[in-house]
Design a protein around this ligand. Structure first.
Ligand SMILES: [Zn+2]
Length: 316
């Protein structure tokens, strides 16, 4: 049986899955990402996690065909080098592919976590059977993975589908990327909380929401019980998301978009205004064919995409 290991390297946890050729996860492991031990500690944690996932599946690492790792960008997927992810600063410049290959004795591929989550969803989740697919993550930031003709698209240096940094308001606030009014400044969970706080302090609206401990989950609960201000914040956030999706679909010509991440869990509160805006502004002759759906695999998307990527690469 041919098995690969998929690893999702996050700022908090490192998770690994031993995955069969048909996409069944038959072994799992999870370890806290040991940022306090520096780059070597993180790398050793990945190795440990890979070993533990193999053991959990009843095999040894030497029986595995290859390993795929999804890591936060920016990174160089061709050389497997981590560049400067905000939540993994200690990994800056680490040649992760080379280090892991030396320690594991196996072929390793490293790619952007959002790309691999899209690849996982396209294999077994919301993008099954779809050749032109986009997966958008609405979390701390707004990330994206783009599949065209069934392949993950990387661009010249691995930064294609940075969907969070398309402009949705040219007069908007400056984004850390250097641009102004990026989608990420409006439609990430972090941005929604920040914008809600600004409005709470500036306009003093009538609402049950308080500045303390504000999260998108709290705003969601307020909307559910009819808080007008909370509903309005979802309306606005969904509007900006819809504006972004119109541009993305026009450029990438995908026929399915899956939304994932914390904010996507707000369901209709975020989907309805986004869809209305998409329908209002989308291009006739294109928008009729586009489906905007919820992702299906949750946290396993990245592991499955990484395992599949390792499998495809190991055949070459
Ligand atoms: Zn930006």
């Amino acid at each position: 049986m041919s098995l690969t290991i998929g690893i999702d390297l996050g700022g908090t946890n490192t998770r690994a899955g031993l995955v069969t050729a048909s996409g069944e996860i038959v072994g799992r492991a999870r370890r806290p990402t040991r940022l306090h031990l520096g780059a070597e500690g993180v790398v050793e944690g990945i190795v440990e996690c890979a070993r533990a996932a193999a053991r959990d599946g009843g095999i040894s690492l030497s029986e595995v065909q290859g390993v795929g790792v999804g890591a936060p960008g920016p990174l160089d997927p061709f050389e497997g080098v981590i560049i400067s992810p905000e939540n993994l600063q200690c990994m800056h410049g680490v040649r992760l592919k080379d280090r892991l290959e030396a320690l594991l004795g196996l072929g390793v591929v490293v790619d952007n976590d959002a790309n691999l989550a899209a690849y996982g969803e396209q294999w077994l989740g919301a993008g099954r059977g779809v050749e032109h697919f986009l997966c958008v993550t609405l979390g701390t930031g707004v990330g994206g993975g783009w599949i065209s003709e069934g392949k993950v698209m990387h661009g010249f240096n691995g930064n294609a589908a940075e969907v969070g940094h398309i402009t949705v308001d040219h007069n908007g606030p400056r984004c850390p990327c250097g641009n102004f009014g990026c989608l990420e400044m409006y439609a990430s969970a972090t941005a929604m909380v920040r914008r809600t706080l600004e409005r709470l302090e500036g306009e003093k609206p009538e609402t049950s929401l308080k500045a303390e401990d504000l999260t998108t989950q709290v705003i969601f609960q307020a909307a559910e019980v009819g808080d007008d201000f909370a509903m309005q914040m979802f309306e606005e956030t969904g509007f900006f998301l819809g504006v972004g999706l119109v541009s993305l679909v026009n450029v990438l010509n995908v026929d399915r978009v899956a939304l994932t991440g914390g904010l996507a869990q707000a369901g209709d509160w975020i989907f309805d205004p986004a869809m209305r805006t998409f329908w209002d502004r989308g291009t006739v002759g294109v928008k009729e064919y586009v489906q905007i759906v919820s992702a299906e695999l949750g946290d396993d998307a990245g592991i499955l995409g990484a395992a599949r990527h390792a499998k495809v690469k190991s055949k070459k």
